[in-house]
Design a protein around this ligand. Structure first.
Ligand code: PLP
Length: 408
């Protein structure tokens, strides 16, 4: 086998041409700012496509999460004084197996993340561990939940647990745009939701995000906060601290041009996932689980290696090593092999409670001793899932992975 001449990416942008039309329109009409038709249209389309009443266009998904968290914090604990976060000293239950952007904004607002373990059958937050967390920390009133790799977890159960405890639920659907559970869109389950159009997502504007809400007053407040919290008077008048988080009309044009291709992208990602599943049918690995009633967007195909065929693998905070063993493999070996052939894979997201910055924080597992996230991190990896990968290229990726296990 020869290395790929052109790199096969994990997940890169796929453009279609319509994006350029809307970018040029912004240029030619001179709406080269944070106001314009592309933003209005993006907000209309994003709301309609996610089942939320309102979408607010923001610079990125992290900004959307930050404003979700600030809104929730003020709703729960009142308006914060200047220089204080809305969550000052408050604990917040957060998904553990996710990208750090899900919960970094909790800290921006002075909050303290408490991490909730993952369940093995969905790779998402474990609702039973969340129940246990409410039993241990009875004054917590905010939960931040993120879908992993575009595959819905039991968000309906998570929502029920939140309602039972009078907690606000924020849903980070950055990776799950277009995915549904029982026909309902990811992003619309939470009291507040966030989407991302980052360059690696299922559709992209190079950057960009949306905050989702069913409350018009909330949407208007978020728009105000995102434009420096200017009061509607002649001069610059400020009664609260604001942010420069509004999306650009040019970036919104790219996303507007991408939305008509969302279904096509999902179909392509699904075909990639199914081809991997078929290609690994007889290997001792599990692909991303799909819950009954879930229709994922298949953003990243990932796999977890069975415990009994894991060779010895060691990781510290910056390096990974393994000892090759016939018939066995590990994520490090497979990722090195993919790199050698000029293809991009990635280790599983490293759980937040294992991150140097957060490892002193509380972590709640379902039985108080287990650690599903740590186990998935050790045995899991993300496979090249790029929409532009050809069938032939994917066949070769499958062969590369099979070779690692000594399988033809
Ligand atoms: C789960 C999750 N949340 C939040 C984000 C942040 O989105 P953005 O990069 O648009 O700020 C990302 C990805 O970047 C993500 O994967």
């Amino acid at each position: 086998m020869q290395a790929f001449e052109k790199k096969v990416w994990l997940s890169s942008p796929t453009m279609h041409g319509d994006e350029l039309k809307y970018m040029i329109e912004a240029y030619e009409t001179n709406w080269m700012s944070t106001v314009g038709k592309n933003i209005n249209e993006l907000e209309r389309i994003a709301a309609a496509r996610s089942g939320a009443a309102y979408a607010v266009g923001l610079t990125n998904g992290t900004a959307a999460l930050h404003l979700c968290i600030k809104e929730a914090g003020e709703r729960l604990y009142g308006k914060s004084a200047v220089g204080h976060g809305a969550l000052e000293g408050r604990q917040v239950f957060c998904t553990d197996l996710t990208f750090a952007a899900t919960l970094n904004p909790v800290v921006y607002e002075g909050g303290i993340p408490v991490f909730i373990d993952t369940e093995p059958d969905s790779w998402n937050m474990d609702p039973d561990a969340l129940e246990r967390a409410f039993a241990c920390y009875s004054d917590v009133r905010l939960v931040i939940y993120a879908e992993l790799y575009g595959f819905p977890g039991k968000i309906d159960r998570i929502k029920a647990v939140c309602e039972q405890h009078g907690a606000i639920l924020i849903e980070d659907a950055a990776e799950a745009l277009g995915a549904t559970l029982h026909g309902k869109h990811c992003g619309s389950f939470g009291d507040l939701g966030a989407l991302s159009y980052n360059g690696n997502k299922i559709i992209t504007g190079s950057a960009g995000g949306c905050l989702l809400t069913d409350d018009m007053a909330v949407a208007n407040r978020i728009r105000k906060w995102s434009t420096q919290a200017r009061e509607p008077v002649l001069w610059y008048q400020h009664e609260e601290v604001g942010y420069n988080y509004r999306i650009s009309n040019v970036v919104a044009g790219i996303i507007r041009g991408q939305y008509p291709y969302l279904e096509e992208h999902i179909a392509r990602k699904k075909a990639i996932y199914e081809h991997y599943r078929e290609g690994f049918r007889d290997l001792p690995v599990q692909m991303n689980p799909i819950l009954p009633g879930a229709e994922p967007n298949y953003w990243l195909s990932a796999m977890v290696i069975d415990r009994d065929v894991m060779c010895t693998q060691n990781r510290d905070d910056s390096r990974a090593r393994y000892i090759p063993e016939s018939g066995k493999s590990c994520p490090t070996q497979i990722l090195e092999s993919l790199t050698a052939y000029n293809a991009e894979g990635r280790p599983f997201w490293k759980p937040m409670h294992m991150q140097p910055v957060y490892r002193m924080h509380a972590f709640v597992s379902v039985d108080g001793t287990g650690d599903v996230g740590k186990d998935l991190f050790a045995r899991g990896l993300c496979l090249p899932s790029d929409i532009k990968m050809t069938r032939q290229q994917q066949e070769q990726i499958i062969r590369i992975v099979r070779d690692c296990f000594g399988c033809k």
